[in-house]
Design a protein around this ligand. Structure first.
Ligand code: SAM
Length: 337
């Protein structure tokens, strides 16, 4: 399928449903060629909602007056134990940019997880750090790092973030992570305030050039109490088209059907899989802290048990003809036989 800049623009805005169906079919074909009809699970553990940043969109930004928490190493290990028993072989430890999460503490947590679950991949998503810090994390055994670039347009970045945050530094972090041998994930919100077709084209060009192992995109959802609380949510339809386009420009990428999609539409994640996604990230965080990690309003499955969530997702995936293997779900450059 033609992925020239003008065709991308056309596909993002086309009104003809048959064009959109053809886009999704091509994305599914390419995904199936590389990964088969398999959806990989990642167990998400929300380790801390403390954050020193003040991103204008985020419900756990520094200025939010909300109850803060951080999990102990033992709590994190307990989440992984539950997940391991439920077939997870990949854990994502995510949190705000929390100064308490020093290299020593994070490395200690990572080493403990790796010691107990040597067959599992560990992904961190703890925000920006320096090169030396990333190097220590890598040395401790971290396999992957998720750091959404948020937007590839510096002007748009400045609209979404306070002045003290730097677009160049965020991009530098992604380069550092790549250089250190992490599997790297970038990504952005769809429909964030100030986003245009032009900024989206820059995001796609960045993905095409950087070739990340993972791309996380999901609709922007307003969070009460933030400067963007009255902004409209991003479009599910546009998110699906972008997922398909990303799959086509980078067929090997690991592409999550994000919780934000499931939050905005009851079958948002199934629709994402039908548009070429191949990862789901159920929440393994303790039940009493889930509601506190409220990066946006009405976040999905804040109340349900991990086992319940996995059973629900498995049924949803089976209903659309996808399997969920017991697998780390590594980035793969080969095609399925
Ligand atoms: N602190 C880490 C970082 O900066 O990468 C990870 C945590 S941060 C809360 C994870 C992601 O949540 C962000 O990269 C952002 O894209 C997404 N996010 C934050 N607020 C959101 C909102 N209101 N709607 C949708 N996604 C949001």
């Amino acid at each position: 399928m033609n992925m020239s800049s003008s065709n991308i623009e056309y596909l993002l805005t086309a009104g003809d449903p048959s064009e959109v169906d053809a886009l999704f079919a091509e994305a599914r074909r390419l995904r199936d060629e590389v990964y088969g009809r398999r959806v990989f699970l990642r167990g998400l553990v929300e380790v801390s909602n403390h954050c020193l940043n003040n991103c204008l969109y985020c419900g756990i930004r520094r200025d939010m007056r909300c109850q803060r928490y951080r999990l102990t190493k033992e709590q994190i290990l307990d989440c992984c134990r539950t997940g391991y028993g439920l077939v997870f072989r990949s854990f994502v430890l995510q949190g705000g940019e929390d100064a308490w999460m020093t290299d020593e503490r994070v490395c200690d947590i990572v080493r403990s997880v790796k010691r107990e679950f040597p067959d599992c991949a560990v992904t961190l998503s703890l925000g920006e750090r320096g090169y030396e810090s990333f190097a220590r994390l890598r040395e401790a055994g971290v396999d992957r790092y998720l750091l959404r670039h948020e937007t590839a347009d510096a002007g748009h970045y400045a609209l979404l973030h306070p002045q003290e945050m730097s677009f160049d530094h965020r991009m530098q972090c992604l380069l550092d992570l790549r250089r250190l041998g992490f599997q790297v994930g970038c990504g952005f919100m769809v429909g964030s305030p100030g986003q245009t077709v032009e900024t989206l084209k820059k995001d796609l060009a960045f993905i095409d050039e950087f070739r990340p192992e993972m791309v996380g995109i999901g609709p922007f959802i307003p969070a009460a109490g933030t400067p963007f609380e009255n902004e409209p949510a991003g479009s599910v339809e546009l998110t699906l088209r972008l997922l398909a386009i990303i799959r086509i420009i980078h067929p090997h990428v690991l592409l999550p059907a994000t919780t934000a999609l499931g939050t905005l539409h009851p079958t948002g994640r199934e629709r994402a899989i039908r548009a070429g996604a191949n990862v789901v990230m159920p929440n393994l965080s303790p039940q009493d802290t889930r509601a506190l990690y409220s990066i946006y309003d009405n976040k999905l499955s804040t109340g349900s048990e991990a086992a319940e969530t996995v059973a629900d997702i498995r049924a949803r995936m089976q209903a659309i003809g996808m399997e969920m293997p017991v697998d780390r779900g590594d980035f793969c450059l080969k095609q399925t036989p």
